[in-house]
Design a protein around this ligand. Sequence first.
Ligand code: NAD
Length: 462
Amino acid sequence: MKAHDGMYIGGEWRAAAGTDTIAVVNPADEQVIAHVPAGIAEDVDAAVFAAHEAFPAWAATPPAERAARIAALRDVLVARKDEIAETVTAELGAPLQFSQMVHAGVPILVAGSYAELAASYAFEEKVGNSTVYAEPVGVVGAITPWNYPLHQIVAKVAPALAAGCTVVLKPAEDTPLTAQLFAEAVHEAGLPAGVFNLVTGLGTVAGQALAAHPGVDLVSFTGSTAVGKQIGATAGAAVKRVALELGGKSANVILPSADLAKAVGVGIANVMGNSGQTCSAWTRMLVHTSQYDEAVALAAEAAAKYGDRIGPLVNAKQHTRVRGYIEKGVAEGARLVAGGPEAPREQGYFVSPTVFADVTPEMTIAQEEIFGPVVSIIRYEDEDDALRIANGTVYGLAGAVWAADEAEAVAFARRMDTGQVDINGGRFNPLAPFGGYKQSGVGRELGAHGLSEYLQTKSLQF
Ligand code: NAD
């Protein structure tokens, strides 16, 4: 795995300002596979300066030309998709097939969608005697997590570029190689120097410097709610635009009329994919009391089938944290029906696919985001009870509803306090807005809604 020992700033790889580095570890075998520079405030300054310099020309570039550059970027991601998948597998640990399909595949779809949107979006409209222009906000500071290393980057950078903004990216410490590969792709696609810049480094150093930088006009952050609150406060104090994509504790609501086996099977797969490290995962399965025992048996069987097809967790800290939650579930009286806290392998940060039955809504494992392959099955008595439980956390990112009749599922979904709901296993749509209600965040990513986050309006009256 080739790693760059500098930062990508102003269209070139430049020496880092400091000498510290971050070790990149393969979580499947705990071996160090590379080192990248740990950026400091001076690196962030240089990157913001480059983005600022590049902004006027990029903002003035006709949308059709911006679209062509984003299409070229998409083509490079397509050409290098095997390398992307291998890199994500090496630093995140996801099984190669999952990396190919999801970690490499989804960013290609999203980049493609923004190549089209940049060309077709109405950046200008007539409203009565006014013309309203949608103009780019300016320099974007993008801070991303490790769980979908390339998707999280593309879901910010592609709409920002489509809008005419320039970007400084600070990717997660655990997955900087994918971010460096993305910077190479930007370069290969021929984006003008300074339009995209990369500073690797620690969140508390480089991330904080970027979020607080006076030259950054908009901070787009995806990560934990705790850090999101800090970033929101910093941005608020500076009257700076901010988008926050935070945690989740989503409910998979199986109404009594649903195809139970399908709803349980898809529900388990939804959580186990990416080893449970998906912010929108349906980690609470809500089942009517009349079907509870059958659902538990089906879920235990489905989780056991996953066995060693599941990848490791990203790092030692998450490994300890997730197993701690499983121990807490047992201590609070939930019943383990699959998996458990024991590490299934001697090497690597693996956790067995775990299912808890007899979980009550107020238990820690039903309230807090675990970010591991752990499903809690909760019993409900009637629809109102199911709704109370589904809405009964501080989060509101995603969810699922299953019913024989689509209208019945839709009626329930409309009462959920959450940003998106899959009806009877609805497919991922890269054009649908993604983001949270309540403490799951502020703002939306993907599609036209994601593009509008990077725009501000100016009205001219005639
Ligand atoms: P994290 O909040 O620790 O880190 C996210 C990013 O923020 C990293 O790049 C990190 O370096 C940086 N960071 C950390 N401290 C910072 C600070 N003080 N100032 C500025 N930047 C800082 O989260 P994580 O552990 O990387 O990711 C897991 C969390 O992210 C989970 O809670 C998950 O739900 C959430 N997440 C949410 C979404 C979403 O779209 N809503 C998507 C993925 C992950």
